[in-house]
Design a binder for this molecule. Structure first.
Ligand SMILES: C[S@@+](CC[C@H](N)C(=O)[O-])C[C@H]1O[C@@H](n2cnc3c(N)ncnc32)[C@H](O)[C@@H]1O
Length: 448
């Protein structure tokens, strides 16, 4: 764990420039307003459909009377009578490019903001290519010159080769094959069962899907649970599941200890001591608000969420309004080199598409002495009654583009880290999964 001096408090939040209107939900706008902020949203890559969506969204926002929403054709932006608009109170300015590939909204937005009396901005960005990098952004941890280029027009830009961050498609590797991290078993006659639970009454369970390497691996690690809830969707593993432990050939028994308690408390202990700049990769709908919020509001921690899924990022913005939320992936962190005291990768390691590339990114953004904290889950089996199974299967499956691509354990993660960045890290804590532990592993490594 690195020990940094307390950071200066973040500047008072007055204006927010948001390059992604998907983040600027009515709830979020309302919260920003309550915090005394003014919000500027610049739409992203507009096409005709986007314009319709934008229109519907702007109507919804106006109806809430949260902010005054103004849609401005880009060329007119710098003529806005700012002093008058200022008097209107909270203000939303939507800069509308003239066409889908009109890049001019960036310089216009910059010119527009340069006129404002508010020097301190929070910026939520999807990434700006170097030609549009904005050195005037004073309160941003991003190095604009190192952000990935994502603007329309980059593909044909003459400066593309010299842009320091390659275009994403140059670095995209073939999608790995998604793997499951859970399988179901249900009650079956003893002669057709894969395993027997020594309980009163004794129960026998058979697989609900074909036997696979994932099943063998999970059984070898002792990752088998009994669903003891009456829920369709399990939302509290510690309360809903009982851990089973091996008790002889194909025989299992209920563990006495509560699953996950020890592993969660190890993780929470580390999270509570975090200080300085914390980059949470694959932040999702951030779970550990309690552990981070106090240090964040005391000014000793600055939290950056990096997450590819906008819907998840939107929830993070909502629960931790002071967070800086950036759309991005572990493979291309939109963060300055040697700027982070800690990189968190909480249950996102097994979602990475390109582990070596992501490990190199972790090494790049960490300061020497900075910490890499990762935890994730290995595959597990769930024993359920036919009724529990039917309830669970009745929930519609939602498609997600962010699958599991492996069921790595802590030693696999440590090997991957060393292979990608030889001599780059010292592993301090390596807690793997085995019979008797929950399926959550933990790794703490220090950047050398
Ligand atoms: C199981 S969730 C974990 C969320 C949160 N960190 C937690 O501990 O609850 C995994 C998250 O990783 C994100 N993810 C998927 N692919 C990713 C990638 N290549 N880089 C970073 N995050 C990714 C997903 O969108 C998802 O939010």
């Amino acid at each position: 764990m690195s020990h940094s001096p307390p950071l200066p408090p973040p500047p008072a939040l007055r204006w927010i420039a948001c390059a992604n209107r998907a983040l600027a939900t009515p709830v979020w706008l309302q919260q920003q307003r309550a915090a005394g902020a003014k919000v500027i949203v610049s739409p992203w890559r507009l096409g005709q459909n986007d314009l319709n969506a934008l229109d519907a969204w702007a109507r919804q926002v106006r109806a809430l009377q949260v902010v005054a929403a103004v849609a401005v054709p880009v060329p007119a932006a710098h003529d806005l009578p700012l002093a008058d608009l200022d008097a209107l109170g909270p203000l939303l300015v939507v800069l509308v490019p003239e066409s889908a590939d009109d890049l001019t909204h960036w310089p216009h937005l910059r010119a527009f903001l340069a006129q404002t009396r508010y020097a301190k901005l929070r910026w939520t960005s999807l990434g700006v290519p170097r030609c549009h990098a904005d050195p005037w952004l004073p309160d941003v941890l991003l190095a604009p010159a190192q952000q990935r280029a994502m603007q329309p027009g980059c593909e044909t830009c003459g400066a593309r080769e010299t842009c320091p961050r390659p275009l994403p498609q140059q670095n995209v590797t073939a999608l790995p094959v998604a793997v499951s991290n859970q399988f179901d078993l249900t009650d079956a006659p003893p002669d057709r069962a894969l395993l027997h639970l020594q309980a009163k009454p004794e129960r026998h369970f058979a697989l609900q899907q074909p036997h696979s390497a994932v099943v063998d691996e999970a059984l070898a690690r002792g990752q088998l649970y009994l669903d003891r809830s009456d829920k369709a969707r399990l939302d509290d593993f510690a309360a809903d599941l009982a851990l089973l432990i091996p008790a002889g050939a194909n025989a299992w028994r209920l563990a006495d200890a509560q699953p996950f308690a020890a592993e969660e408390s190890l993780l929470l202990g580390h999270l509570r001591t975090l200080r300085g700049v914390v980059v949470d990769v694959g932040a999702g709908p951030i779970r550990y608000v309690q552990e981070l919020a106090q240090a964040q509001s005391a000014g000793s921690l600055r939290y950056l969420a990096v997450e590819p899924d906008l819907a998840a990022l939107e929830r993070t913005v909502t629960v931790l309004p002071d967070a800086l939320c950036l759309q991005g992936t572990g493979e291309h962190l939109p963060v300055q080199t040697a700027s982070a005291d800690t990189v968190l990768m909480l249950r996102s390691f097994n979602h990475l598409r390109d582990v070596p590339q992501a490990m190199r990114e972790v090494a790049r953004v960490l300061k020497p002495g900075g910490a890499f904290l990762a935890c994730d889950n290995v595959a597990f089996g769930l024993c359920r009654s036919p009724e529990q199974l039917a309830r669970a299967h009745a929930i519609p499956v939602t498609e997600t583009p962010f699958e599991h691509y492996r069921n790595a354990d802590a030693p696999d993660a440590a090997v991957a880290l060393h292979a990608a960045v030889p001599d780059g890290f010292r592993v301090d804590v390596l807690q793997g999964v085995g019979p008797g532990t929950s399926n959550q592993w933990f790794l703490h490594a220090t950047r050398l």
